[in-house]
Design a protein around this ligand. Structure first.
Ligand code: GDP
Ligand code: MG
Length: 584
């Protein structure tokens, strides 16, 4: 199937032509038929001579209903531009063409209608000249009469050729179905319709609703009036949603493949076409079937920041248009450059940003994104519409190579500085390093630490940094020399000072396993513990504190905390009468 939207001034015969081609009534409402005027979008389809199907989105031509027209053409990549032979090029011919141009529509043809009423030549020449200056370029033209049927076979053939020239549909990309209608079907519940430009939908699929966080489930699918288990792009499709109240969604919403779209209310864009020098501060942004008020902040010559009144699922490269609803005027096209732009808080930030934006063209560019964002999750980029084909540096983090190398150097610098400032600590705590480098995730620190650095017990240091600093090692050796043969005599506080063992040095020695701390300023050599257990086990059980003190040849200063330590470890057990036994 291919989908074509009509375009053209009111009363030029768009709906008549669609009716003549399809035998279906595009004006769906009683009011439309009574007034003989299209107000909202109409839908009809037919089989072409080639056997292919063309579906029409018939739009209103009246200037009051341009927003409806834009909701119809937004998601549709081809246009049938209708001009009446007897009236020629008119204001909404021009405005609709400006809209197609702003959206970058590149495929189309002209039908000069009411050719039974006047010579179609002048209208056709004018229309082709106007269109040639837009994204559509030179297009085929056919003169027709919806009344007599003249020219319809030629128009069908031209539609077939247009279809043959369209790019192949992309069926494996994520779905973003812009809703153009929503209604309730008795017994089925809520149904939404739209033009599926990319991807595929299946009954049972779980989708996201752009405006809400809960998922919705596809209960049924219709296309061309028939129920189908699956619909692939390009297609007009009606989606029956399970358990979604009708008032939860409407035109301008979008059904999305879960997790694949970034919803944003702030975008930096390039204005295409002929940007007005004095852009109004508020405009309406039309994208897909959505129309959202935006505040405009000029940044560069042709780049602006838009603050949207509600978030939309936008991607880098999206085409949209800005319209001034008060002046019935398409102000220009928009190409989305960045859907997650940085805040402009600091002085001069806007100028810098304008320079950055001047380099962007809306084509997703992984290397450029990495250069600008430095560190970003792959999933975040994919949700912005940037394909990721580079390996992550850690977890799902991607890094700009230059930034990553610089971070590696900073790790070495920071860890070195920390070691100088904290000589007794066995390295820099990983989290301190993470904060110092302003890294958003610990896995990044872990990936940045390379030999000779390593992570040990939550700290980053040189391999062997948990060994004792030189002066402490010497002091411990002196302790060993002096107390090796009386292992339960702890050095007195004065002696520790003489040896250069202050609280920090003792801490370092304890962490390195070179000393055993029983209490403040009470330290033993580490093997003393096993020796003590052996001695105590040789005593008659249970034994008293005093018996233990004598057997160990030590003082209460050591014996009390030593036994308490053994109690805590469950090596000894303290009985109600304060005697102890060794637990075997
Ligand atoms: N004579 C003649 N009248 C036409 C032709 N096409 C449309 N009309 C009439 O023009 C009027 C507007 O047609 P319509 O299809 O509603 O125009 P739309 O606003 O562009 O959809 C209607 O009265 C039609 O009957 C045509 O080819 N020949
Ligand atoms: Mg109409």
């Amino acid at each position: 199937m291919f989908v074509v939207a009509t375009a053209g001034h009111v009363d030029h015969g768009k709906s008549t032509l669609v009716r003549a081609l399809t035998g279906m009534e595009p004006d769906r409402w009683a009011e439309e038929r009574r007034r003989g005027m299209t107000i909202d979008l109409g839908f009809a389809w037919t089989t072409l001579p080639s056997g292919g199907t063309v579906a029409f989105v018939d739009v209103p031509g009246h200037e009051r209903f341009v927003p409806n027209m834009l909701a119809g053409v937004g998601p549709v990549p081809a246009a049938l531009i209708v001009v009446a032979a007897d009236e020629g090029w008119m204001p909404q011919s021009a405005e609709h063409l400006a809209a197609l141009d702003a959206l970058g529509v590149a495929y189309g043809l002209v039908a000069v209608t009411r050719a039974d009423l006047a010579d179609p030549g002048p209208a056709m020449a004018r229309a082709r000249a106007e269109i040639a200056a837009t994204s559509l370029g030179t297009v085929p033209a056919v003169a027709v009469s919806g009344l007599t049927g003249a020219g319809l076979p030629e128009l069908r053939a031209a539609l077939d050729r247009l279809a043959a020239g369209l790019p192949a549909p992309v069926v494996d990309d994520p779905v973003r179905l812009w809703v153009d209608r929503s209604f309730t079907v008795r017994g089925s519940g809520t149904v939404v319709t739209g033009t599926l430009g990319v991807g595929r939908l299946r009954v049972g699929d779980e989708l996201e609703l752009a405006g809400a966080d809960e998922p919705v489930r596809v209960r049924g699918l219709h296309s061309l009036g028939e129920a189908r288990p699956e619909v692939t792009a390009v297609a007009r499709v009606a989606v029956n949603l399970r358990g979604t109240p009708r008032d939860r969604l409407g035109r301008g919403d979008a059904l999305l493949t879960p997790g694949r779209f970034h919803r944003t209310d702030l975008v930096d864009v390039r204005l295409t076409g002929d940007p007005a020098a004095d852009l109004p501060a508020t405009l309406t942004l039309h994208v897909g079937s959505a129309a959202v008020p935006v505040r405009v902040r000029p940044l560069g010559v042709d780049t602006v920041r838009l603050r949207l009144a509600r978030p939309l699922p936008l991607l880098v490269g999206d085409r949209a248009l800005l319209r001034d609803p008060g002046r019935h005027h398409v102000t220009g096209g928009v190409r989305v450059l960045d859907v997650a732009p940085p805040p402009l808080a600091r002085r001069g930030a806007a100028v810098t940003r304008a320079q950055v934006l001047a380099e962007l063209d809306g084509r997703p560019d992984l290397a450029g994104e990495l250069r600008r964002r430095r560190l970003v999750r792959a999933g975040a980029l994919i949700r912005m519409g940037v394909p990721v084909d580079a390996p992550p540096v850690a977890g799902d983090w991607l890094a700009d190579p230059v930034h990553w190398r610089r971070l590696g150097e900073q790790v070495t610098e920071e860890v070195g500085r920390y070691a100088r400032e904290h000589p007794l600590e066995p390295g820099m705590p990983v989290d301190a390093l993470r904060q110092r480098l302003a890294l958003p995730d610990r896995v990044l620190v872990e990936a940045l630490v390379r030999p000779p650095l390593r992570i040990h017990a939550g700290r980053v240091g040189a391999a062997g940094a948990d060994a004792l600093p030189e002066p402490v090692a010497r002091a411990v050796q002196r302790v060993r020399a002096e107390y090796g043969d009386r292992p339960f005599r702890a050095p007195e506080a004065d002696r520790l000072v003489d040896l250069g063992l202050g609280p920090r040095e003792i801490g370092a020695a304890v962490r390195a396993g070179a000393l055993l701390r029983l209490a403040d300023n009470v330290v033993l050599l580490p093997d003393a513990l096993d020796d003590a257990v052996r001695v105590l086990a040789g005593l008659p059980q249970p034994f008293t504190l005093s018996a233990a003190r004598q057997a160990l040849d030590t003082t209460r200063r050591v014996a009390v905390p030593l036994l308490e330590l053994l109690d805590r470890r469950g090596t000894t057990r303290r009985l109600p009468d304060d005697a102890r036994i060794v637990v075997t």
